[in-house]
Ligand binder design. Structure first.
Ligand SMILES: [Zn+2]
Length: 335
């Protein structure tokens, strides 16, 4: 067994990809960066995609037509739908989009908390809470490996918090937190938005589709009826997925979908994703677990678990003094 952590570069340090060999099968744990080595590319047997963010999927989008036909790709159904939606709505810049949609339509949809038998090993997905459909994976083969992807924690949230049983046994816990900060970061950008809203009668927010939905939810809770919140029509495909996948609470607040500019003349907050790239706004509204909550996360595992720490986590590493861990270095076998 070996786990290779790779491959980011100086410009994009937070891209996430791990190449794991377990029971002689080669498994990608997320696939953020393209693989240039054709031998390595053809060696891949199984790809696990934890969630639909670009730093976890861009390599897969780029390479998917070059993979072996029998290379299996697994994710939750929500993650699969969002990836296909991003592609079909032109929200990912890539070539051969129609062919890629066909290839990625073969992503196998796995349920949470269900053990699947993959002949050489078993695997189970758990809810990660980081974004809609995001998951963690436990691989049970010659060793037991638990990989997190990005995770989030809210004590009373059923939809946007990780959910784990109390006693998970793993030999290795591979944590990949691309943005780990303290608790207060979760509300910072939101108070900035609220200040802007108080200043202007009409307010436009351009963000990634999921961020629009989360901003709307938080604002919807806190704004009362002072200002209406409108989703622009370009978000409808995303809202449809959320409804199909059981995330209605994020769709059904005091929010109108603006399909035909009916509400355009009115005061309010307008949310859209089409201009997101142009304006390059991003809103940090709490998709990641805080440093304060990691001890609780570790408590779900056996005390003998070896903790391997991935990207970006190191920024706040000094706060993990009580925990022994191994800090990932790129391209190095971690085990
Ligand atoms: Zn993410």
């Amino acid at each position: 067994m070996r786990i290779l952590g790779f491959l980011s570069n100086e410009k994009e340090p937070k891209i996430t990809s791990y190449y794991l060999t377990l029971n002689d099968k080669n498994i990608m744990l997320d696939y953020g960066t393209p693989i240039n080595d054709p031998i390595k590319l053809k060696s891949i047997d199984l790809i696990f995609i934890s969630h639909s963010h670009m730093d976890h999927i861009y390599g897969l989008i780029n390479d998917c037509l070059k993979l072996r036909n029998d290379a299996r790709i697994i994710a939750t159904r929500t993650t699969k739908k969002i990836i296909l939606g991003l592609l079909s709505h032109g929200l990912i810049e890539t070539d051969n989009i129609q062919m890629k949609i066909i290839r990625l339509s073969k992503i196998e949809e796995l349920l949470f908390d269900t053990e699947y038998d993959y002949t050489d090993f078993k695997l189970t997905l758990y809810q990660a809470g980081h974004t809609f459909g995001s998951s963690m994976i436990l691989l049970d083969g010659e060793k037991k490996i638990f990989y997190t992807g990005d995770i989030n924690f809210y004590p009373n949230s059923k939809l946007l918090s990780y959910i784990l049983p109390d006693n998970i046994y793993a030999d290795y816990l591979l944590i990949d937190g691309t943005n780990v900060l303290r608790n207060d970061f979760k509300k910072q950008s939101l108070s900035h938005i609220k200040k802007m809203i108080e200043t202007y009668d009409k307010f436009y927010i351009n963000a990634r589709a999921e961020k629009c939905v989360m901003i709307a939810k938080y604002l919807g809770i806190e704004l009362d009826d002072k200002k209406k919140i409108y989703y622009e029509g370009d978000l409808e495909w995303f809202l449809d997925i959320l409804i199909e996948e059981g995330y209605e609470p994020f769709v059904s607040l005091k929010i109108r979908v603006d399909n035909n500019n009916l509400y355009k003349s009115q005061e309010g907050i307008y949310l859209s994703s089409v201009l997101f790239r142009e304006y390059n706004n991003d809103y940090n509204i709490g998709l990641h677990i805080s440093m304060n909550d990691y001890v609780l996360f570790f408590s779900h595992f056996n005390s003998s678990v070896k903790i391997l720490v991935g990207h970006f986590f190191y920024k706040d590493m000094k706060k993990m003094e009580d925990v022994s861990y191994y800090l990932m270095k790129e391209g190095e076998n971690l085990v």
